[in-house]
Write a protein that binds this ligand. Sequence first.
Ligand code: MG
Length: 205
Amino acid sequence: MTMIDFDFWDSVKGFMAKDEAERLYQLALEASGRGPVLEIGSYCGKSAYIIGTACQQNGSVLYSIDHHSGSEEQQKGAEYFDPDLFDPLLQRVNTLPFFLQTLDRALLEDTVVPIVAASQIAGKCWATPVSMVFIDGGHSFDDAYSDFSTWSPHLMADGFLVIHDIFFDPAQGGQAPRQVYEKAVQTGNYKELAMTHTLGVLQKK
Ligand code: MG
């Protein structure tokens, strides 16, 4: 983990445990040697820093997709609203400046390609195979399932499908990511690898 500065990582807004970040880094290091990596849900760049650092080591690229207007639970009045992220010019949540600042501070502008769009729109005409897909966008079932159905067809054989925020106990968190994980397993197209905390890891057959 020598390439990751966890003090810097701690300073970036976001929601991820350290053991999950370490696993994500190892997966991205392996995957990015075979092709580009793609993530859905950039937010302020907490995971892009981890994945992007691994991609940079391999001379690969991370496509990081987010509409940057925050998910449902991050809107004004909702549970995860952060007033720092409210943009007075746009009169809405706007995480893009924070994301760009993270890339700038981490010197990852040569590696991370920000895509500012809803995931389904970004995927409409997509044709590039990717070595890993990290799903960490909207946490409603419709959002998470549409991220899976939009991007999983672009995953290379042996590529990793990684899903964040999988909770087996509904008291711990929303169930949509777990439901999508189970739907992916049911296709028979993936091998289940060990989970790390709430990070589910599948490998395409
Ligand atoms: Mg997450």
